[in-house]
Design a protein. Structure first.
Length: 268
């Protein structure tokens, strides 16, 4: 039946994603707006509009495949009272890379407003968003990216690796760089250990969590990313009391609690 056998299928309503998409590109040096705008224009051409009305916060709007993206330059560290990025989950950063990202001197705000009205459109926006952020991460002064909806930090090195893979698979409509948009977190529920996603809600899905799983963490990470990709690309939709078998003959059950789906049993 496939990599993960499903035993219960039903017609589900279409997911309702968050229509807006946002991220921060964190820079280790205050390089100035001219360097940023030059990088963007070299890749994407002239902007749709430029806003220099605030001398300290210049901005531009770019069009990628007919979708408009906003970019503004903030010549200061990101204020913790607005969003404490130091509280982000494990993310795709080594300890040294995380320190580098958190020590940024200025940042860029990237935003797309209203484009993710369906799962297909949200997916398209995020792929283009990855291309835009990846271009900015090519600047040597870039340290990493913070994905707001996933509370996820990604180092420059990791982001460029995944962005490059996306470019190689750009013509494949079902390829999606889930590690750049969905974080993996760990936790505790009573005596049981938890490991699950953080960021699937932006695509209209409940988060997925393994409850008291015994498999090695790399295997659980891979399963969570694959299940995330299956949903984001429209190939699967997991719901309460659905059954899934990662190993033939050992089914696990999805149990919904507080807006999340916990995956229980099955010898995982």
């Amino acid at each position: 039946m496939g990599l993960f056998d499903r035993f219960k299928r039903k017609k589900e309503p279409a997911p309702v994603p968050e229509v807006d998409t946002m991220a921060l590109v964190l820079l280790r040096e205050d390089i100035g707006w001219a360097a940023v705008s030059k990088t963007l224009e070299a890749r994407f051409g002239p902007p749709v509009s430029v806003d220099n009305s605030h001398p300290q916060v210049p901005a531009m709007t770019l069009s990628l495949e007919g979708i408009e993206f906003f970019c503004s330059y903030m010549p200061m560290p990101h204020p913790a009272k607005v969003c404490d990025i130091s509280a982000a989950g494990e993310g795709l950063c080594s300890p040294q890379e995380r320190e580098d990202v958190l020590g940024h001197k200025c940042f860029l705000v990237l935003a797309q407003k209203g484009g993710g009205q369906t799962l297909e459109k949200k997916r398209s926006v995020c792929r283009l968003f990855t291309r835009l952020a990846g271009t900015l991460l090519e600047m040597r002064e870039a340290a990493g990216v913070y994905i707001n909806a996933a509370e996820l930090l990604v180092s420059r090195r990791a982001y460029l690796q995944h962005a490059a893979i996306l470019e190689k698979n750009w013509e494949d409509p079902v390829y999606f760089p889930a590690p750049l948009w969905v974080g993996i977190r760990s936790g505790q529920k009573g005596e049981a250990e938890l490991i699950g996603t953080w960021g699937l809600r932006q695509f209209g899905f409940p988060e997925l969590w393994f409850l008291d799983a015994k498999s090695p963490w790399p295997e659980l990470h891979e399963k969570l990313y694959l299940m995330s990709i299956f949903q984001i690309t429209g190939r699967e939709r997991y719901q309460n009391m659905d059954t899934i078998a990662f190993t033939p003959g050992e089914p696990s059950v999805f149990k919904e609690l507080n807006g999340a789906l916990f995956i229980v049993g099955g010898g995982v």
